[in-house]
Design a protein around this ligand. Structure first.
Ligand code: ARG
Length: 470
């Protein structure tokens, strides 16, 4: 069969397509995953054509029967791709022609272009994956973090700045930190879904519909919240693809930081946590090794998602208005981003729900110098300005170091008084990590009540977002 006969746009062509060009141009190998969205779009579009008298009832029902048949072929893996199929749109239309005859199938594309078709398919597909896979995965991850934080609220650990021991915190505070980030991510993704849920269908190739199709009807039937008001925008806007990949990049950034913390905590030097075997691997050479590969991949894959975003941003840069084939380059990075994000979220959930915490090691890592701020606060309570107490506390640290004591708590009252006469015997009461975290009971702090309140707030925020209909 000649190429001319097979290509749906072959009418004006006399020469054959270069075989490498065909391969280079074809998107079917990766866009066939949108087969259902494409068939749904065609079903609704043909209803729209029927409404304006361009298809009669018999034709419409024949087309719908054919579309159902194609859908079951895709679902059962029986759909046979033709070497000349260029993309999912041409493949489905070609098959429809084979099943119901081209006399009727040939009417399906009246007033429609692959330009508004692919834009519609992409939006339907993204909406489905985000709603059915990514959002639920992020939500379960957050709930696992919250539950673990509630259960282990009494476990204390060092909090770090600059990766240096800073002040004692609760392990749950650390978990709550990430639950907060991921809840923001969840919320942000819901907004992205809301924005992308606009219909491009009925925009034609670029200039709009010549037969007065009811675009509102098409949008409603396809579950869109509205229509894109300019046909040039409708066919060429891929901002939603960029937004999803930006969302994915930011989410993976959070995942990466989360993973990095856990990698550090899992080293022998820290020994705060133990990864479950299910999420670790061994070394092919060193028998003793247990490597945190899951976490390293979570960290590493953030670069990949960010790369997909920057690659596609470059693709979009300087494209003239409306549809250009460059836009076909949206699919591979987007699909890769969606899969990577979904899998990363599932792995992160598995890691956090199965790791064990070494409470003793966390406790042992708490050193008295981490209470130097509490020492300064102690003098503040006696009416001395903080800038002064900060200095005095620093002098106590320096003296303890000079005397080679194990910590500032080992200074005698006389030594304290020699530094500042306002020290009294109750100074030793501050050397209690539990008291230190409990003192920070303002909203967002480390006190048990403050941490539990954070967790309650995150949970109710998540519940509220989920109650709001999309
Ligand atoms: N496979 C194409 C894409 O993904 C579909 C649109 C083709 N449009 C065209 N005018 N060639 O962008």
């Amino acid at each position: 069969m000649s190429t001319k006969k097979q290509k749906l746009w072959g009418g004006r062509f006399t020469g054959k397509t270069d075989p490498l060009m065909h391969f280079y141009n074809a998107s079917l190998p990766y866009d066939s995953k949108m087969c259902k969205a494409d068939l749904l779009g065609t079903k609704v579009y043909t209803e729209g054509l029927h409404k304006i008298g361009l298809l009669d009832v018999e034709e419409l029902s024949l087309i719908h029967k054919g579309l159902l048949e194609i859908e079951s072929e895709w679902s059962s893996g029986k759909f046979e791709e033709h070497p000349d199929d260029e993309d999912i749109h041409t493949a489905n239309e070609r098959r429809l022609g084979e099943l119901i005859g081209t006399a009727v199938a040939g009417k399906v594309h009246t007033g429609r272009s692959r330009n508004d078709q692919v834009a519609t398919d992409m939006r339907i597909y993204c909406r489905e994956i985000l709603n059915e896979k990514i959002l639920p995965a992020v939500s379960s991850f957050i709930r696992v973090l919250i539950n673990r934080a509630r259960e282990e609220v009494d476990v204390l650990m060092p909090g770090y700045t600059h990766l240096q021991r800073a002040q004692p915190i609760r392990w749950s505070h650390w978990l709550s930190c990430y639950a907060t980030y991921f809840t923001e991510d969840y919320n942000r993704l819901r907004q992205v879904v809301e924005r992308l849920n606009q219909s491009p269908l009925g925009a034609g190739a670029l200039a709009g519909h010549p037969y007065g199709i009811d675009r509102k009807y098409l949008a409603e039937q396809l579950g869109f919240n509205g229509i894109i008001g300019n046909s040039l925008v409708a066919v060429s806007d891929r901002d939603f693809v960029i937004e999803i990949m930006f969302w994915g990049s930011l989410f993976m950034n959070h995942i990466s930081r989360f993973a990095e913390d856990l990698i550090i905590y899992s080293t022998a030097e820290f020994g705060f946590i133990n990864l479950a075997d299910a999420y670790s691997t061994g070394s092919s050479l060193m028998p003793q090794k247990k490597n945190p590969d899951s976490l390293e991949l979570l960290r590493g894959k953030s670069g990949r998602v960010f790369g997909q975003l920057s690659g596609f941003l470059m693709t979009c840069n300087s494209i003239p208005s409306t549809y250009n084939k460059d836009l076909q380059e949206d699919k591979e990075p987007l699909f890769d981003c969606l899969t990577t994000v979904e899998h990363s979220c599932l792995i992160a959930t598995g890691v956090i729900s199965t790791l064990s915490v070494n409470e003793q090691a966390m406790r042992k890592a708490l050193t008295v110098d981490m209470l130097a701020t509490d020492l300064a606060d102690y003098l503040v309570m006696k009416g001395i300005p903080f800038r002064e107490t900060h200095h005095i506390s620093g002098q106590c640290v320096a003296l303890a170091e000079k005397l080679q004591l194990s910590g500032i708590d080992k200074l005698t009252l006389e030594q304290y008084k020699a530094i500042d006469a306002r020290f009294e015997s109750d100074v030793f009461d501050i050397y209690d990590f539990e008291k230190s975290v409990e003192k920070r009971n303002a909203i967002g702090g480390t006190a048990k009540v403050a941490v539990l309140r954070q967790l309650d707030n995150i949970e109710s925020e998540l519940n509220n977002i989920q109650l709001k209909l999309l």
